[in-house]
Design a protein around this ligand. Structure first.
Ligand SMILES: Nc1ncnc2c1ncn2[C@@H]1O[C@H](COP(=O)(O)OP(=O)(O)OP(=O)(O)O)[C@@H](O)[C@H]1O
Ligand SMILES: [Mg+2]
Length: 440
């Protein structure tokens, strides 16, 4: 009896110890215990899993099989074992799984006729078979597929990462891979940020304001929510438009400014403002737009001309802005073609795409375009309990799940007030076009 109690006590102590280790230092627990067990079980069960997910192919192999032999006088069928060539289900070759921060990654040699999309299609089946949160498929080179698993959703809790110190580059959150989620206007100049209400769009704009406020850039706000979102950040904004008429005027200014900058570049023989001597280089401008759809919505026919004008001006900014240091970040609940051809053309110019939680599949499709269908499935699966989670498509053509850091309005307001002295006035921005280019 006492032996049994001792055994129970020891087991309980071990279980408690393991639980505490898992709870307090998950990384070492995962590397020392979790990963080797997971790797072994994945390896041992790969044949069954591949068969279940339809990733095997029939191949002729010599195999021991059992064949019915003679029927004995007793009526019992005697079974004979025979070594013969038969069609066998062969699994794709799998390397040893390697541990990653949130799971493991394994390289697989595709079988003849297979493409990475075959694996992406069954990613959810693989995730269920292995009991992991998600499986992502990529292909580093032809004939190889890398399956990267995450054991738990790494985006449930997102701690701050160090801020980027480069111009026009802001670390706004964390990618599912554990890496930083960076919005870099120098590589991707224009962005679309879509999502249902309360999905985290404004939070991302706040993160951008906090990141850009200390940088030598001019910030411009178009707040079609009547100014409720961006007015508190007015100290750091060089211009703010809150009605459609104000938007039209400000867009006209931006188009004029672009034409001026074009002239300066032409005079200096530069292709863009970054090729100008630093002394005459105009300040880069980041234009933040909230509730983009409001710019295109028509209450009655009398607004038609005004909408057409703003839509054309915004499109021109998107088309030519990059070279002349004007960058767009457009937020909206819906960015659909039903808003008119202007919005479709604008979307085509915005290569940066961010899709927060959406209510309807069309918004995801319109935001993420013809990206991998798995990205659309992922966008639709974002739960309401995790605002700030988004599918991001950026510079490398890949898509990622990511979550923005939580940046309160107070934090953004504080940053705007602290760096208010760095905001050039709109008149300064408009006037600062040199008429002579000093020799470099
Ligand atoms: N990354 C995040 N982490 C934690 N909470 C977040 C995050 N992003 C947003 N939230 C929470 O979700 C709420 C809604 O976010 P936000 O205001 O950015 O949504 P929205 O998409 O702009 O909504 P609306 O369309 O109504 O303007 C915020 O008040 C905040 O509490
Ligand atoms: Mg908002």
């Amino acid at each position: 009896m006492s032996d049994l109690l001792t055994l129970l006590g020891v087991s309980a102590a071990i279980a408690a110890g393991l639980w505490a280790w898992h709870h307090w230092h998950y990384r070492s627990f995962w590397l020392v215990l979790g990963y080797p067990l997971a790797a072994f079980s994945v390896w041992a069960t790969w044949r069954k899993v591949a068969l279940g997910c339809g990733l095997t192919k029939k191949r002729q192999r010599f195999w021991f099989t059992t064949v019915p032999g003679l029927v004995a006088s007793t009526g019992v069928v005697r079974v004979k074992r025979k070594f013969q060539r038969i069609a066998v289900d062969t699994r794709p070759f799998m390397w040893l799984p390697m541990p990653t921060r949130h799971g493991w990654r394994v390289t697989i040699h595709t079988l003849e006729g297979q493409i990475p999309a075959d694996y992406a299609e069954v990613a959810e089946r693989l995730a269920h078979s292995w009991g992991v949160h998600a499986v992502r498929v990529s292909s580093p080179r032809p004939g190889r597929v890398v399956l990267a698993t995450t054991m738990r959703d790494p985006l449930v809790k997102v701690a701050d990462l160090p801020a980027s110190t480069e111009l026009l580059k802001v670390t706004v959150g964390k990618l599912e891979t554990g890496g930083p989620w960076t919005i870099d206007f120098t590589t991707v100049p224009h962005w679309i940020n879509a999502g249902a209400t309360q999905s985290g769009k404004s939070n991302l704009a706040n993160a951008l304001i906090v990141g850009l406020a200390p940088q030598p850039v001019a910030l411009v706000g178009f707040d079609l929510k009547g100014g409720v979102e961006f007015t508190p950040y007015a100290p750091r904004l060089s211009a703010l438009a809150t009605t459609r008429t104000e938007c039209a005027t400000l867009l006209d200014d931006l188009v004029t400014l672009m034409a001026d900058r074009m002239g300066v570049c032409r005079m200096a023989g530069a292709r863009n403002i970054w090729q100008l001597p630093p002394a005459v280089r105009p300040v880069p401008i980041v234009v933040l737009v909230d509730e983009l759809a409001e710019l295109y919505l028509m209450a009655d026919k009398s607004e038609k001309d005004e909408i057409a004008k703003t839509s054309t001006a915004l499109l021109r900014v998107a088309q030519l802005g990059r070279a002349f240091g004007i960058y767009l970040f457009c937020c909206g609940q819906r960015i659909g073609s039903d808003l008119g051809p202007g919005v479709t053309a604008l979307r085509a110019q915005c290569s940066g795409r961010i899709c927060h939680r959406v209510n309807d599949p069309e918004t995801a499709t319109m935001t993420l375009g013809d990206l991998d269908p798995a990205a659309l499935v992922s966008a639709r699966a974002i739960p309401a309990e995790t605002p700030g989670v988004a599918i991001v498509a950026g510079q490398d053509g890949q898509w990622y799940r990511a979550r923005s850091f939580y940046v309160t309005e107070q934090a953004a307001e504080h940053a705007a007030r602290t760096h208010a002295h760095l905001a050039p006035s709109w008149d300064e921005v408009m006037a600062a076009q040199p008429h002579e280019i000093p020799a470099a």
